[in-house]
Unconditional design. Structure first.
Length: 610
Protein backbone atom coordinates (compact mmCIF):
# COMPACT_ATOMS: atom_id res chain seq x y z
CA UNK A 1 0.00 0.00 0.00
CA UNK A 2 1.32 3.46 -0.89
CA UNK A 3 0.47 6.38 1.34
CA UNK A 4 1.69 9.93 0.79
CA UNK A 5 3.68 11.58 3.54
CA UNK A 6 1.28 13.89 5.41
CA UNK A 7 2.36 17.48 5.78
CA UNK A 8 1.99 19.30 9.11
CA UNK A 9 -0.88 21.32 7.64
CA UNK A 10 -2.97 18.49 6.24
CA UNK A 11 -2.07 15.76 8.76
CA UNK A 12 -4.50 12.88 8.55
CA UNK A 13 -6.04 13.98 5.28
CA UNK A 14 -2.95 14.03 3.12
CA UNK A 15 -2.56 10.39 4.08
CA UNK A 16 -6.07 9.75 2.79
CA UNK A 17 -5.44 11.16 -0.64
CA UNK A 18 -4.13 7.91 -2.18
CA UNK A 19 -6.23 5.70 -4.39
CA UNK A 20 -6.42 2.72 -1.98
CA UNK A 21 -9.69 1.51 -0.49
CA UNK A 22 -11.40 3.20 2.44
CA UNK A 23 -10.59 0.43 4.91
CA UNK A 24 -6.90 0.51 4.02
CA UNK A 25 -6.85 4.27 4.36
CA UNK A 26 -8.35 4.03 7.83
CA UNK A 27 -5.78 1.48 8.93
CA UNK A 28 -2.93 3.50 7.52
CA UNK A 29 -3.92 6.99 8.57
CA UNK A 30 -6.24 7.05 11.55
CA UNK A 31 -4.68 7.14 15.01
CA UNK A 32 -6.17 5.29 17.95
CA UNK A 33 -9.43 6.83 19.09
CA UNK A 34 -9.66 9.21 16.12
CA UNK A 35 -13.02 9.91 14.51
CA UNK A 36 -12.53 10.89 10.83
CA UNK A 37 -15.74 12.94 10.87
CA UNK A 38 -14.61 14.99 13.84
CA UNK A 39 -11.14 15.36 12.31
CA UNK A 40 -12.72 16.71 9.15
CA UNK A 41 -14.68 19.26 11.17
CA UNK A 42 -11.51 20.31 13.01
CA UNK A 43 -9.52 20.69 9.78
CA UNK A 44 -12.20 22.82 8.10
CA UNK A 45 -12.50 24.93 11.26
CA UNK A 46 -8.75 25.65 11.30
CA UNK A 47 -8.82 26.55 7.59
CA UNK A 48 -11.76 28.90 8.14
CA UNK A 49 -9.91 30.63 10.98
CA UNK A 50 -6.87 31.14 8.73
CA UNK A 51 -8.84 32.49 5.76
CA UNK A 52 -8.43 36.15 4.85
CA UNK A 53 -12.17 36.35 4.24
CA UNK A 54 -11.86 38.16 0.88
CA UNK A 55 -13.91 35.64 -1.09
CA UNK A 56 -17.37 34.29 -0.28
CA UNK A 57 -16.43 30.57 -0.69
CA UNK A 58 -13.91 30.82 2.18
CA UNK A 59 -15.67 33.38 4.35
CA UNK A 60 -19.16 31.85 4.26
CA UNK A 61 -18.69 28.46 2.62
CA UNK A 62 -16.20 27.00 5.10
CA UNK A 63 -18.35 28.21 8.00
CA UNK A 64 -21.35 26.45 6.46
CA UNK A 65 -19.35 23.23 6.07
CA UNK A 66 -18.37 23.41 9.75
CA UNK A 67 -22.01 23.86 10.80
CA UNK A 68 -23.13 20.94 8.62
CA UNK A 69 -20.41 18.71 10.06
CA UNK A 70 -21.48 19.62 13.60
CA UNK A 71 -25.03 18.55 12.77
CA UNK A 72 -23.79 15.28 11.25
CA UNK A 73 -21.60 14.52 14.29
CA UNK A 74 -24.51 15.08 16.66
CA UNK A 75 -26.95 13.05 14.56
CA UNK A 76 -29.11 16.13 13.83
CA UNK A 77 -28.52 16.31 10.08
CA UNK A 78 -31.47 16.02 7.69
CA UNK A 79 -31.78 13.27 5.11
CA UNK A 80 -29.63 14.13 2.12
CA UNK A 81 -27.30 16.32 4.16
CA UNK A 82 -24.27 14.34 3.02
CA UNK A 83 -25.03 14.98 -0.65
CA UNK A 84 -25.59 18.68 0.13
CA UNK A 85 -22.24 18.75 1.92
CA UNK A 86 -20.46 17.20 -1.06
CA UNK A 87 -22.06 19.69 -3.45
CA UNK A 88 -21.08 22.66 -1.27
CA UNK A 89 -17.52 21.40 -0.85
CA UNK A 90 -17.18 20.97 -4.62
CA UNK A 91 -18.39 24.55 -5.25
CA UNK A 92 -15.83 25.86 -2.74
CA UNK A 93 -13.08 23.74 -4.26
CA UNK A 94 -13.54 25.15 -7.75
CA UNK A 95 -14.35 28.76 -6.82
CA UNK A 96 -12.11 29.66 -3.88
CA UNK A 97 -9.54 32.40 -4.62
CA UNK A 98 -6.75 30.81 -2.52
CA UNK A 99 -5.25 27.48 -1.56
CA UNK A 100 -6.75 27.62 1.94
CA UNK A 101 -10.32 27.31 0.72
CA UNK A 102 -9.40 24.99 -2.15
CA UNK A 103 -7.45 22.50 0.01
CA UNK A 104 -9.93 22.53 2.90
CA UNK A 105 -12.82 21.74 0.56
CA UNK A 106 -10.83 19.08 -1.30
CA UNK A 107 -9.82 17.35 1.94
CA UNK A 108 -13.45 17.41 3.08
CA UNK A 109 -14.46 15.67 -0.17
CA UNK A 110 -11.68 13.10 0.22
CA UNK A 111 -12.79 12.42 3.79
CA UNK A 112 -16.45 11.97 2.84
CA UNK A 113 -15.57 9.54 0.05
CA UNK A 114 -13.01 7.56 2.05
CA UNK A 115 -15.04 7.35 5.27
CA UNK A 116 -18.59 7.55 4.00
CA UNK A 117 -19.81 4.81 6.32
CA UNK A 118 -18.57 6.84 9.29
CA UNK A 119 -20.55 9.89 8.15
CA UNK A 120 -23.65 7.76 7.60
CA UNK A 121 -23.28 6.18 11.06
CA UNK A 122 -23.18 9.62 12.65
CA UNK A 123 -26.21 10.78 10.70
CA UNK A 124 -28.24 7.72 11.63
CA UNK A 125 -27.13 7.14 15.22
CA UNK A 126 -25.01 10.06 16.41
CA UNK A 127 -22.14 7.68 17.13
CA UNK A 128 -18.85 6.53 15.65
CA UNK A 129 -18.17 3.29 13.88
CA UNK A 130 -16.37 1.01 16.33
CA UNK A 131 -13.93 0.11 13.57
CA UNK A 132 -12.69 3.67 13.24
CA UNK A 133 -12.86 4.86 16.85
CA UNK A 134 -11.58 2.86 19.80
CA UNK A 135 -13.14 5.13 22.35
CA UNK A 136 -12.02 7.56 24.98
CA UNK A 137 -8.62 6.48 26.39
CA UNK A 138 -9.97 6.27 29.95
CA UNK A 139 -12.72 3.89 28.82
CA UNK A 140 -10.34 1.80 26.73
CA UNK A 141 -7.78 1.45 29.54
CA UNK A 142 -10.39 0.45 32.13
CA UNK A 143 -10.45 -3.38 32.10
CA UNK A 144 -14.24 -3.32 32.54
CA UNK A 145 -14.66 -0.47 29.99
CA UNK A 146 -16.76 1.62 32.35
CA UNK A 147 -18.16 4.78 30.74
CA UNK A 148 -15.93 7.24 32.60
CA UNK A 149 -16.89 10.49 30.78
CA UNK A 150 -20.55 9.57 31.15
CA UNK A 151 -20.55 9.13 34.91
CA UNK A 152 -18.33 12.19 35.39
CA UNK A 153 -20.89 14.28 33.51
CA UNK A 154 -23.75 12.81 35.55
CA UNK A 155 -21.85 13.43 38.79
CA UNK A 156 -21.21 17.04 37.83
CA UNK A 157 -24.92 17.44 37.13
CA UNK A 158 -25.77 16.17 40.62
CA UNK A 159 -27.39 12.99 39.24
CA UNK A 160 -25.52 10.62 41.54
CA UNK A 161 -27.99 7.73 41.32
CA UNK A 162 -27.74 7.80 37.52
CA UNK A 163 -23.94 7.97 37.73
CA UNK A 164 -23.81 4.86 39.92
CA UNK A 165 -26.24 3.01 37.67
CA UNK A 166 -24.09 3.85 34.65
CA UNK A 167 -21.02 2.46 36.45
CA UNK A 168 -22.97 -0.63 37.49
CA UNK A 169 -23.73 -1.36 33.86
CA UNK A 170 -20.14 -2.57 33.50
CA UNK A 171 -19.02 -2.95 37.10
CA UNK A 172 -21.27 -4.25 39.90
CA UNK A 173 -18.80 -2.99 42.53
CA UNK A 174 -18.87 0.80 42.03
CA UNK A 175 -18.09 1.54 45.68
CA UNK A 176 -15.23 -0.94 45.93
CA UNK A 177 -13.53 0.56 42.90
CA UNK A 178 -14.23 4.09 44.15
CA UNK A 179 -12.25 3.29 47.29
CA UNK A 180 -9.50 0.86 46.25
CA UNK A 181 -9.18 0.74 42.45
CA UNK A 182 -5.68 1.26 41.06
CA UNK A 183 -7.32 3.58 38.48
CA UNK A 184 -5.55 2.58 35.24
CA UNK A 185 -8.00 4.95 33.52
CA UNK A 186 -6.07 7.91 34.94
CA UNK A 187 -2.82 6.72 33.37
CA UNK A 188 -4.19 7.42 29.88
CA UNK A 189 -6.25 10.52 30.69
CA UNK A 190 -5.73 13.08 27.89
CA UNK A 191 -6.07 15.91 30.41
CA UNK A 192 -2.43 15.19 31.29
CA UNK A 193 -1.54 16.91 28.00
CA UNK A 194 -2.88 20.14 29.55
CA UNK A 195 -1.80 19.85 33.20
CA UNK A 196 -2.56 16.60 35.06
CA UNK A 197 -4.92 13.62 34.81
CA UNK A 198 -8.46 14.01 36.11
CA UNK A 199 -8.93 12.43 39.55
CA UNK A 200 -11.38 9.88 38.19
CA UNK A 201 -11.45 7.70 41.29
CA UNK A 202 -12.15 10.71 43.47
CA UNK A 203 -15.16 11.67 41.33
CA UNK A 204 -16.44 8.10 41.43
CA UNK A 205 -16.04 8.17 45.21
CA UNK A 206 -18.14 11.33 45.40
CA UNK A 207 -20.89 9.75 43.27
CA UNK A 208 -21.15 6.54 45.32
CA UNK A 209 -21.00 8.43 48.62
CA UNK A 210 -23.89 10.70 47.58
CA UNK A 211 -26.10 8.24 45.71
CA UNK A 212 -29.39 7.68 47.50
CA UNK A 213 -29.86 3.96 46.87
CA UNK A 214 -29.46 1.43 44.05
CA UNK A 215 -32.45 1.20 41.74
CA UNK A 216 -34.41 -1.97 41.33
CA UNK A 217 -32.32 -4.29 39.20
CA UNK A 218 -33.82 -4.96 35.78
CA UNK A 219 -33.69 -8.61 34.77
CA UNK A 220 -34.50 -10.15 31.44
CA UNK A 221 -37.02 -12.96 31.18
CA UNK A 222 -35.93 -16.30 32.61
CA UNK A 223 -34.03 -18.59 30.26
CA UNK A 224 -34.57 -21.70 32.35
CA UNK A 225 -30.81 -22.22 32.53
CA UNK A 226 -28.83 -22.70 35.75
CA UNK A 227 -25.24 -21.57 36.35
CA UNK A 228 -23.02 -22.32 39.34
CA UNK A 229 -20.25 -19.94 40.39
CA UNK A 230 -17.43 -21.18 42.62
CA UNK A 231 -16.08 -18.33 44.71
CA UNK A 232 -17.82 -15.17 45.94
CA UNK A 233 -15.01 -12.75 45.22
CA UNK A 234 -15.18 -9.80 42.81
CA UNK A 235 -14.85 -12.01 39.72
CA UNK A 236 -17.36 -14.65 40.78
CA UNK A 237 -19.94 -12.15 41.99
CA UNK A 238 -19.55 -10.02 38.85
CA UNK A 239 -20.23 -13.02 36.63
CA UNK A 240 -23.16 -14.02 38.83
CA UNK A 241 -24.65 -10.51 38.72
CA UNK A 242 -24.61 -10.24 34.95
CA UNK A 243 -25.76 -13.82 34.39
CA UNK A 244 -28.72 -13.22 36.72
CA UNK A 245 -29.61 -10.01 34.90
CA UNK A 246 -29.46 -11.91 31.61
CA UNK A 247 -32.18 -14.23 32.91
CA UNK A 248 -30.22 -17.23 34.18
CA UNK A 249 -30.58 -18.72 37.64
CA UNK A 250 -27.27 -18.38 39.49
CA UNK A 251 -26.01 -20.09 42.66
CA UNK A 252 -22.68 -19.00 44.17
CA UNK A 253 -20.68 -21.30 46.46
CA UNK A 254 -18.21 -19.69 48.89
CA UNK A 255 -16.04 -21.63 51.37
CA UNK A 256 -15.61 -18.72 53.81
CA UNK A 257 -18.32 -17.40 56.11
CA UNK A 258 -19.02 -14.22 54.12
CA UNK A 259 -18.98 -13.15 50.48
CA UNK A 260 -16.52 -10.64 49.07
CA UNK A 261 -13.29 -12.57 48.58
CA UNK A 262 -10.17 -10.44 48.83
CA UNK A 263 -12.30 -7.28 48.96
CA UNK A 264 -13.32 -8.51 52.42
CA UNK A 265 -10.39 -10.63 53.55
CA UNK A 266 -7.49 -8.88 51.84
CA UNK A 267 -8.21 -5.15 52.05
CA UNK A 268 -8.14 -3.54 55.52
CA UNK A 269 -11.12 -1.62 56.82
CA UNK A 270 -9.20 1.68 56.90
CA UNK A 271 -9.11 1.55 53.08
CA UNK A 272 -12.51 0.02 52.36
CA UNK A 273 -15.14 -0.22 55.14
CA UNK A 274 -16.87 -3.59 55.15
CA UNK A 275 -20.34 -2.16 55.74
CA UNK A 276 -20.05 -0.60 52.27
CA UNK A 277 -19.01 -3.99 50.84
CA UNK A 278 -22.05 -5.56 52.51
CA UNK A 279 -24.27 -3.11 50.63
CA UNK A 280 -22.60 -4.05 47.33
CA UNK A 281 -23.14 -7.76 48.02
CA UNK A 282 -26.80 -7.14 48.90
CA UNK A 283 -27.38 -5.33 45.61
CA UNK A 284 -25.94 -8.35 43.76
CA UNK A 285 -28.24 -10.68 45.69
CA UNK A 286 -31.18 -8.44 44.78
CA UNK A 287 -30.41 -9.17 41.13
CA UNK A 288 -31.44 -12.77 41.82
CA UNK A 289 -28.12 -14.29 42.87
CA UNK A 290 -28.23 -16.89 45.66
CA UNK A 291 -25.02 -17.10 47.69
CA UNK A 292 -24.19 -20.22 49.73
CA UNK A 293 -21.40 -19.45 52.23
CA UNK A 294 -19.49 -22.09 54.17
CA UNK A 295 -19.58 -24.55 51.26
CA UNK A 296 -16.21 -25.69 49.90
CA UNK A 297 -16.26 -27.09 46.38
CA UNK A 298 -13.90 -30.05 46.30
CA UNK A 299 -14.74 -31.06 49.88
CA UNK A 300 -18.45 -30.52 50.54
CA UNK A 301 -19.41 -30.94 46.87
CA UNK A 302 -17.31 -31.90 43.87
CA UNK A 303 -16.88 -29.95 40.65
CA UNK A 304 -18.32 -32.88 38.67
CA UNK A 305 -21.44 -32.87 40.86
CA UNK A 306 -21.93 -29.18 40.19
CA UNK A 307 -21.47 -29.74 36.47
CA UNK A 308 -24.13 -32.46 36.49
CA UNK A 309 -26.61 -30.19 38.29
CA UNK A 310 -25.98 -26.95 36.36
CA UNK A 311 -25.75 -25.97 32.72
CA UNK A 312 -22.42 -24.19 33.26
CA UNK A 313 -19.89 -23.64 36.05
CA UNK A 314 -17.63 -20.61 36.50
CA UNK A 315 -14.62 -21.18 38.75
CA UNK A 316 -13.34 -17.98 40.42
CA UNK A 317 -11.66 -19.19 43.60
CA UNK A 318 -9.08 -16.40 43.71
CA UNK A 319 -5.57 -16.82 45.08
CA UNK A 320 -5.86 -17.28 48.83
CA UNK A 321 -2.73 -19.38 49.39
CA UNK A 322 0.51 -17.78 50.52
CA UNK A 323 3.88 -18.10 48.85
CA UNK A 324 6.99 -19.06 50.79
CA UNK A 325 10.30 -17.24 50.51
CA UNK A 326 12.19 -20.51 50.93
CA UNK A 327 14.68 -19.19 53.46
CA UNK A 328 15.86 -20.92 56.67
CA UNK A 329 13.74 -20.23 59.73
CA UNK A 330 10.57 -19.51 57.78
CA UNK A 331 8.65 -22.04 59.91
CA UNK A 332 9.58 -20.38 63.19
CA UNK A 333 6.97 -19.10 65.59
CA UNK A 334 6.23 -15.46 64.89
CA UNK A 335 6.35 -15.89 61.11
CA UNK A 336 2.98 -15.34 59.39
CA UNK A 337 1.86 -14.68 55.83
CA UNK A 338 0.30 -11.37 54.87
CA UNK A 339 -2.76 -13.26 53.58
CA UNK A 340 -3.23 -14.90 56.98
CA UNK A 341 -2.68 -11.62 58.84
CA UNK A 342 -5.23 -9.66 56.82
CA UNK A 343 -7.78 -12.49 56.96
CA UNK A 344 -7.52 -12.85 60.74
CA UNK A 345 -8.03 -9.12 61.20
CA UNK A 346 -11.00 -9.12 58.78
CA UNK A 347 -12.58 -12.00 60.69
CA UNK A 348 -12.32 -10.12 63.96
CA UNK A 349 -9.38 -12.11 65.36
CA UNK A 350 -6.55 -9.55 65.35
CA UNK A 351 -3.09 -10.33 66.69
CA UNK A 352 -1.82 -8.51 69.77
CA UNK A 353 1.49 -7.04 68.64
CA UNK A 354 1.75 -4.29 71.24
CA UNK A 355 5.37 -3.41 71.85
CA UNK A 356 6.70 -5.84 69.23
CA UNK A 357 9.08 -5.26 66.37
CA UNK A 358 7.65 -6.40 63.03
CA UNK A 359 9.43 -6.95 59.70
CA UNK A 360 7.41 -7.10 56.48
CA UNK A 361 9.05 -8.91 53.55
CA UNK A 362 7.79 -7.62 50.19
CA UNK A 363 7.14 -4.45 48.20
CA UNK A 364 3.63 -4.72 46.76
CA UNK A 365 0.28 -3.29 47.85
CA UNK A 366 -0.33 -6.32 50.08
CA UNK A 367 2.97 -5.65 51.86
CA UNK A 368 1.89 -2.04 52.46
CA UNK A 369 -1.49 -3.22 53.79
CA UNK A 370 0.28 -5.67 56.11
CA UNK A 371 2.67 -2.99 57.36
CA UNK A 372 -0.06 -0.44 58.03
CA UNK A 373 -2.16 -3.12 59.72
CA UNK A 374 0.77 -4.07 61.97
CA UNK A 375 1.02 -0.44 63.08
CA UNK A 376 -2.65 -0.49 64.05
CA UNK A 377 -2.15 -3.72 65.98
CA UNK A 378 0.20 -1.86 68.31
CA UNK A 379 3.61 -2.79 66.89
CA UNK A 380 6.42 -0.73 68.37
CA UNK A 381 8.35 -0.63 65.09
CA UNK A 382 7.38 -1.81 61.60
CA UNK A 383 10.05 -2.22 58.93
CA UNK A 384 9.30 -3.08 55.29
CA UNK A 385 12.24 -5.06 53.90
CA UNK A 386 12.60 -5.00 50.12
CA UNK A 387 15.45 -6.22 47.94
CA UNK A 388 15.01 -3.51 45.30
CA UNK A 389 14.73 0.27 45.52
CA UNK A 390 11.60 2.05 46.70
CA UNK A 391 11.23 3.35 43.12
CA UNK A 392 10.99 -0.27 41.93
CA UNK A 393 8.23 -1.30 44.34
CA UNK A 394 5.08 -2.61 42.70
CA UNK A 395 2.90 -0.91 45.32
CA UNK A 396 1.10 2.28 44.34
CA UNK A 397 2.98 5.43 45.21
CA UNK A 398 0.13 6.60 47.42
CA UNK A 399 0.20 3.32 49.36
CA UNK A 400 3.93 3.67 50.01
CA UNK A 401 3.46 7.29 51.10
CA UNK A 402 0.58 6.22 53.33
CA UNK A 403 2.68 3.54 55.01
CA UNK A 404 5.47 6.03 55.72
CA UNK A 405 2.95 8.55 57.06
CA UNK A 406 1.60 5.83 59.37
CA UNK A 407 5.08 5.44 60.84
CA UNK A 408 6.45 2.46 58.89
CA UNK A 409 10.14 2.32 58.00
CA UNK A 410 11.33 1.08 54.62
CA UNK A 411 14.61 -0.81 54.34
CA UNK A 412 15.15 -1.03 50.61
CA UNK A 413 18.02 -2.79 48.85
CA UNK A 414 17.98 -5.45 51.56
CA UNK A 415 17.54 -9.09 50.50
CA UNK A 416 16.24 -11.43 53.27
CA UNK A 417 18.59 -14.38 53.86
CA UNK A 418 17.27 -16.20 56.93
CA UNK A 419 15.26 -15.86 60.11
CA UNK A 420 17.18 -16.46 63.30
CA UNK A 421 15.39 -18.04 66.26
CA UNK A 422 15.96 -18.43 69.99
CA UNK A 423 16.09 -21.72 71.85
CA UNK A 424 12.29 -21.91 71.95
CA UNK A 425 11.91 -21.63 68.17
CA UNK A 426 10.73 -18.03 68.19
CA UNK A 427 11.91 -15.50 65.58
CA UNK A 428 14.34 -12.95 67.02
CA UNK A 429 15.87 -11.35 63.92
CA UNK A 430 15.74 -11.18 60.15
CA UNK A 431 19.17 -11.43 58.56
CA UNK A 432 19.49 -9.47 55.31
CA UNK A 433 22.16 -8.96 52.69
CA UNK A 434 22.61 -5.36 51.45
CA UNK A 435 22.15 -5.03 47.68
CA UNK A 436 23.19 -2.74 44.86
CA UNK A 437 21.04 -2.10 41.83
CA UNK A 438 22.09 -3.77 38.59
CA UNK A 439 21.07 -4.29 34.95
CA UNK A 440 17.45 -4.03 33.87
CA UNK A 441 15.70 -7.39 33.55
CA UNK A 442 12.00 -7.81 32.91
CA UNK A 443 11.44 -4.06 32.92
CA UNK A 444 13.01 -3.38 36.32
CA UNK A 445 16.62 -3.04 37.50
CA UNK A 446 17.77 -6.25 39.17
CA UNK A 447 19.42 -6.21 42.60
CA UNK A 448 22.82 -7.78 43.21
CA UNK A 449 24.65 -8.49 46.48
CA UNK A 450 26.70 -5.51 47.66
CA UNK A 451 30.21 -5.83 48.98
CA UNK A 452 28.98 -5.30 52.52
CA UNK A 453 28.41 -7.50 55.56
CA UNK A 454 25.11 -9.14 56.42
CA UNK A 455 22.83 -7.21 58.75
CA UNK A 456 20.49 -8.58 61.42
CA UNK A 457 17.23 -6.67 61.91
CA UNK A 458 15.82 -7.43 65.39
CA UNK A 459 12.19 -8.53 65.22
CA UNK A 460 9.54 -10.50 67.08
CA UNK A 461 7.31 -11.03 64.04
CA UNK A 462 8.06 -11.55 60.34
CA UNK A 463 5.22 -11.09 57.84
CA UNK A 464 5.83 -12.64 54.42
CA UNK A 465 4.12 -10.68 51.63
CA UNK A 466 5.78 -11.87 48.42
CA UNK A 467 2.71 -13.17 46.60
CA UNK A 468 -0.22 -15.56 46.65
CA UNK A 469 -1.05 -18.93 45.14
CA UNK A 470 -4.23 -20.64 44.08
CA UNK A 471 -5.45 -23.70 45.97
CA UNK A 472 -6.40 -25.85 43.02
CA UNK A 473 -5.52 -29.44 43.91
CA UNK A 474 -9.11 -30.69 44.04
CA UNK A 475 -9.92 -28.99 40.71
CA UNK A 476 -6.85 -30.45 39.01
CA UNK A 477 -7.88 -33.93 40.15
CA UNK A 478 -11.18 -33.43 38.35
CA UNK A 479 -9.52 -32.51 35.08
CA UNK A 480 -8.94 -28.74 35.13
CA UNK A 481 -5.61 -27.81 33.58
CA UNK A 482 -3.11 -25.67 35.45
CA UNK A 483 -0.16 -23.86 33.94
CA UNK A 484 2.45 -22.15 36.12
CA UNK A 485 0.19 -22.32 39.14
CA UNK A 486 -2.94 -20.91 37.48
CA UNK A 487 -5.89 -22.37 35.61
CA UNK A 488 -5.25 -22.58 31.89
CA UNK A 489 -8.25 -21.43 29.83
CA UNK A 490 -9.13 -20.32 26.32
CA UNK A 491 -9.32 -16.65 25.40
CA UNK A 492 -13.05 -16.59 26.19
CA UNK A 493 -12.31 -18.09 29.67
CA UNK A 494 -13.68 -21.55 28.84
CA UNK A 495 -11.63 -24.36 30.39
CA UNK A 496 -9.40 -26.33 28.05
CA UNK A 497 -11.00 -29.68 27.08
CA UNK A 498 -13.80 -29.29 29.67
CA UNK A 499 -17.15 -28.38 28.18
CA UNK A 500 -19.33 -26.17 30.33
CA UNK A 501 -16.52 -25.18 32.74
CA UNK A 502 -15.04 -21.65 32.82
CA UNK A 503 -12.44 -19.95 35.00
CA UNK A 504 -11.30 -16.37 35.58
CA UNK A 505 -10.01 -13.84 38.06
CA UNK A 506 -6.89 -14.33 40.17
CA UNK A 507 -7.04 -18.12 39.88
CA UNK A 508 -6.57 -17.74 36.12
CA UNK A 509 -4.28 -14.69 35.73
CA UNK A 510 -2.50 -14.79 39.11
CA UNK A 511 -2.87 -12.21 41.91
CA UNK A 512 -4.03 -8.99 40.27
CA UNK A 513 -6.35 -6.05 40.84
CA UNK A 514 -10.04 -6.08 41.68
CA UNK A 515 -11.00 -4.35 38.42
CA UNK A 516 -9.26 -7.04 36.36
CA UNK A 517 -11.16 -9.72 38.27
CA UNK A 518 -14.41 -7.82 37.67
CA UNK A 519 -13.63 -7.60 33.96
CA UNK A 520 -13.06 -11.37 33.85
CA UNK A 521 -16.43 -11.91 35.49
CA UNK A 522 -18.08 -9.71 32.87
CA UNK A 523 -16.34 -11.63 30.06
CA UNK A 524 -17.32 -14.97 31.57
CA UNK A 525 -20.97 -13.92 31.80
CA UNK A 526 -21.04 -12.96 28.13
CA UNK A 527 -19.30 -16.19 27.09
CA UNK A 528 -21.58 -18.42 29.16
CA UNK A 529 -24.69 -16.62 27.91
CA UNK A 530 -23.49 -17.15 24.34
CA UNK A 531 -22.58 -20.81 24.86
CA UNK A 532 -25.99 -21.49 26.41
CA UNK A 533 -27.55 -20.32 23.16
CA UNK A 534 -28.36 -16.71 23.97
CA UNK A 535 -26.96 -13.40 22.77
CA UNK A 536 -28.84 -11.06 25.04
CA UNK A 537 -28.12 -7.39 25.62
CA UNK A 538 -28.53 -5.33 28.77
CA UNK A 539 -29.78 -1.83 27.99
CA UNK A 540 -29.70 1.16 30.31
CA UNK A 541 -31.92 4.15 29.56
CA UNK A 542 -30.19 7.25 30.88
CA UNK A 543 -30.16 10.64 29.17
CA UNK A 544 -26.68 12.05 29.52
CA UNK A 545 -26.19 15.78 30.18
CA UNK A 546 -25.38 17.97 27.17
CA UNK A 547 -21.70 18.29 26.38
CA UNK A 548 -19.99 21.39 27.80
CA UNK A 549 -18.69 23.66 25.03
CA UNK A 550 -16.73 26.24 27.06
CA UNK A 551 -12.95 26.27 27.18
CA UNK A 552 -11.14 24.09 29.69
CA UNK A 553 -8.69 26.38 31.45
CA UNK A 554 -5.52 25.06 33.09
CA UNK A 555 -6.34 23.94 36.62
CA UNK A 556 -4.57 21.88 39.27
CA UNK A 557 -5.73 18.34 40.05
CA UNK A 558 -7.80 18.01 43.22
CA UNK A 559 -6.59 15.30 45.59
CA UNK A 560 -8.36 13.34 48.29
CA UNK A 561 -7.36 14.36 51.80
CA UNK A 562 -6.39 11.98 54.61
CA UNK A 563 -6.60 11.93 58.37
CA UNK A 564 -3.34 12.85 60.14
CA UNK A 565 -0.97 9.90 60.54
CA UNK A 566 -0.72 10.22 64.33
CA UNK A 567 -4.51 10.00 64.59
CA UNK A 568 -5.32 7.31 62.05
CA UNK A 569 -2.62 4.83 63.05
CA UNK A 570 -4.52 4.13 66.27
CA UNK A 571 -7.65 2.66 64.67
CA UNK A 572 -9.04 0.93 61.58
CA UNK A 573 -11.41 3.75 60.65
CA UNK A 574 -11.41 5.10 57.09
CA UNK A 575 -8.25 7.07 56.32
CA UNK A 576 -9.22 8.94 53.16
CA UNK A 577 -11.61 11.89 52.93
CA UNK A 578 -13.87 12.36 49.92
CA UNK A 579 -14.21 15.53 47.86
CA UNK A 580 -16.25 18.49 49.00
CA UNK A 581 -18.97 19.68 46.61
CA UNK A 582 -16.73 22.50 45.38
CA UNK A 583 -13.81 20.15 44.78
CA UNK A 584 -16.04 17.72 42.91
CA UNK A 585 -17.38 20.41 40.59
CA UNK A 586 -13.94 21.85 39.92
CA UNK A 587 -12.46 18.41 39.17
CA UNK A 588 -15.38 17.32 36.98
CA UNK A 589 -15.01 20.54 34.97
CA UNK A 590 -11.46 19.46 34.06
CA UNK A 591 -12.77 16.50 32.02
CA UNK A 592 -12.17 17.10 28.30
CA UNK A 593 -15.18 15.00 27.21
CA UNK A 594 -13.01 12.79 25.02
CA UNK A 595 -16.06 10.67 24.25
CA UNK A 596 -17.36 13.61 22.21
CA UNK A 597 -14.33 15.63 21.16
CA UNK A 598 -11.45 13.96 19.37
CA UNK A 599 -12.40 10.37 20.11
CA UNK A 600 -15.92 10.39 18.75
CA UNK A 601 -19.34 9.85 20.28
CA UNK A 602 -19.36 6.18 21.22
CA UNK A 603 -22.90 5.93 22.49
CA UNK A 604 -26.33 6.53 21.16
CA UNK A 605 -27.86 9.02 23.55
CA UNK A 606 -30.47 7.54 25.86
CA UNK A 607 -29.60 3.93 25.07
CA UNK A 608 -26.46 2.44 26.59
CA UNK A 609 -26.01 -1.23 25.76
CA UNK A 610 -23.87 -3.87 27.46
Amino acid sequence: MSIANPSPQTGLFAAMSGQCGATARRLGATARGTCPVDMTRAHVGVAHAQSCGKCVPCRIGLASISDMLEEIIDGRAHEGALEDLEELAEHIRVSSDCAIGYQAAEQALISIRAFREDFEQHMAHGSCLRSSSQGAPCVVSCPAHVDVPGYIALTAAGRFDDAVELIRKDNPFPSACAYVCEHPCEHTCRRAMVDDAVNIRGLKRYAVDHAFRPRDVRRLASTGKRVAVVGAGPSGLSAAYYLARLGHRVDVYERLEKAGGMLRYGIPNYRFPKDILDEEVRSIEQAGVEIHCGVEVGTDISLSELRSQFDAVYVAIGAHGDKKVGMPGEDARGVVSAVQLLREVAQGRPYDWRGKKVCIVGGGNVAMDAARTAVRLGADRVTVVYRRRVADMTALAEEIEGAVADGCHIADLMAPLRIECNGEGEAVSLVVQPQIIGPVKGGRPSPMPADRDETALPCDVVVVAIGQEIQACSFEKEGMTCKRGSFFVEEDLSAVAMEGIYAGGDCMRGPATAILAIADGQTAAKTIDRDLGFHRELVLDIDLPPVRLEDRIACGRAVLGERPGEERRRDFELVEYGFSDREMRQEAARCLNCDHFGCGILRKEGRLAW
